[in-house]
Design a protein around this ligand. Structure first.
Ligand code: SF4
Ligand code: SF4
Ligand code: FES
Length: 494
């Protein structure tokens, strides 16, 4: 690797970096020289928007101001990180930012370090300092792009497309983790969650014993209904009987779709529920059909979804979104177990590559014991799930919930004998719905579920650790403290 020698504040520094691949900021950090930053995160592409990292370089005998976070080191480069001129530039930047966000604590502290205690400019009273960390994390690391920077000048802000409820956000919380001002938590149309939020929602919506590994539960068993379905057909039976008994007016379910594998649809007849049976292994957004149901005046609606979709609906419930607009609406959540979901187009071409079959024509797809199984024309094809790792959807690597911890009833195949579904009942609402269903019961293998849940959590924790490690030290400590979840096994509600 080529070594480069540069001079920062009079110190000669040798960097390992190949020409053009390291920034002045990184070189300074290696040498223990502090340069203030606001929009920088080492795991993200340089953004260069706040300009707080401004330094002065001398190149070919000429002096110029550049931003340290995105200026590449070059052999012989001379850099000054502090001078009265640099301090004046940073003061002006901080004064402008203070004018935008006068209440922002971190900004006040930074400005205080430069002797700025109030701004000469007109005050706006926002919280977002427009560092761009939230939407860059969402796009570059999570891979979801639920939010973006919008508008120009004073109207610049971070939002979802058209300011609508996001159909893409998976409630992973990565944006909230990097936001230096917590401003992103005020947005009502995305759903970032922390582990503290999850605990609060468990307390608000669920009741039963807290199982440290699998969440709140009233009971947990393997069930097989009378409906012929994938595994025990429990989800289909619950919806069907719920409608027959007048406990549900409608349900939002994933239905097979040849264009994208599956999409969420609103169903209000028992026959349509039977058409939607079977596992899809693709993520679908439930927001649009749920709003459609509410606008049509449906009152008791079941939503069947993956853990991320369940989190999204719970977050909206907690914000009072549904109650404010649709009085008397009761939403019951049936969460599916999910280790990861696939990008349908990519999965389809991989399956064609492996077996020369068309996934659109699959009679059944299933994941069992680490194998992906697809049946076409009465013939079964099997491959290890790990062979499909490149087909896993963006964002799944940040999800730590295997068992839909926030659902009223969680259902999956892990832990149950063949032909049965594992059922975890987590609330009184879930319990009442289940009373209408006739099914046979068996014991589950809890260890199988716990083992897989732990693997999923470990993967997500590893990815989040990468984000936390890039935060400024003080913020890193704050985030760790606020996200620490004591593992208590106790009783929640009645
Ligand atoms: S919670 Fe996750 S998916 Fe949603 S906006 Fe934030 S980073 Fe993106
Ligand atoms: S919401 Fe937070 S992370 Fe996003 S741009 Fe504003 S201050 Fe930065
Ligand atoms: S940290 Fe360099 S421009 Fe923001």
């Amino acid at each position: 690797m080529t070594k480069l020698t540069i001079k920062i504040d009079g110190h000669e520094i040798e960097t390992d970096a190949e020409g053009g691949s390291a920034s002045i900021l990184e070189a300074a950090k290696l040498a223990g020289i502090h340069i203030p930053t606001l929009c920088h995160h080492p795991s993200l592409e340089p953004y260069g928007s706040c300009r707080l990292c401004t330094v002065q370089i001398v190149k070919n005998g000429r002096k110029k101001f550049v931003t340290a976070c995105n200026y590449p080191v070059e052999e012989g480069l001379v850099v000054n990180t502090s001078s009265p001129e640099i301090a004046d530039i940073r003061k002006m930047i901080l004064e402008l930012l203070i004018a935008r966000c006068p209440q922002e604590k971190r900004l006040q502290e930074l400005a205080g370090e430069y002797g700025i205690f109030k701004s000469r400019f007109m005050q706006e009273d926002k919280n977002c300092i427009l560092c761009g960390l939230c939407h860059r994390v969402c796009e570059e690391l999570v891979g979801v792009s639920a939010i973006n920077a919008q508008n120009r000048g004073v109207s610049r802000d971070v939002d979802t497309p058209y300011g609508e409820l996001s159909e893409d956000c998976i409630a992973c919380g990565a944006c909230a983790l990097v936001c230096p001002t917590r401003s992103i938590l005020e947005r009502k149309n995305i759903y970032p969650l922390s582990s503290a939020d999850i605990k609060e929602m468990e307390e608000e919506f669920l009741s039963g014993m807290i199982d440290c590994d699998l969440g709140v539960k009233r009971e947990m068993f393997a069930g097989k209904s009378r409906i012929e379905g994938q595994d025990g057909g429990m989800a289909t039976s619950i919806l069907q009987r719920g409608m027959e008994m007048g406990l549900l007016d409608a349900a939002v379910v994933a239905q097979k779709n040849k264009r994208c594998g599956a999409n969420a649809v609103l169903v209000d007849e028992t026959e349509s529920i039977l058409q939607a049976k079977g596992t899809k292994y693709v993520r679908v957004s439930v927001i649009a059909p749920l709003l459609d149901a509410l606008q049509k005046g449906k009152k008791r609606i079941a939503v069947v979804g993956t853990p991320c979709q369940i989190r999204v609906v719970r977050k909206l419930q907690r914000q009072g979104y549904f109650n404010e607009r649709f009085q008397g609406a009761e939403i019951i959540l049936i969460g599916l177990f999910c280790f990861e979901s696939f990008d349908y187009e990519s999965l389809k071409s991989r399956i064609r590559e492996l077996y020369d079959i068309d996934l659109d024509k699959a009679e059944k797809t299933q994941i069992a014991r680490g194998k992906f199984i697809v049946a076409v024309d009465g013939k079964q094809y099997t491959c290890p799930v790990r062979e499909l790792k490149n087909q896993v959807r963006a964002g799944c690597q940040f999800c730590d919930d295997l068992v839909s911890r926030l659902a009223d009833i969680s259902i999956g195949s892990i832990g149950s004998p063949d032909g049965y579904s594992t059922v975890i009942v987590r609330s009184g609402r879930g319990e009442r719905l289940l009373e209408a269903v006739q099914f046979s019961r068996r014991e589950i293998n809890r260890d199988d579920i716990v083992k897989l849940a732990a693997i999923k959590k470990k993967n997500a924790d590893k990815n989040f650790a990468g984000i936390v490690a890039g935060l400024p030290e003080r913020l890193e400590a704050e985030k760790k403290e606020c996200d620490q979840s004591p593992a208590v096994c106790s009783n929640l509600g009645t």
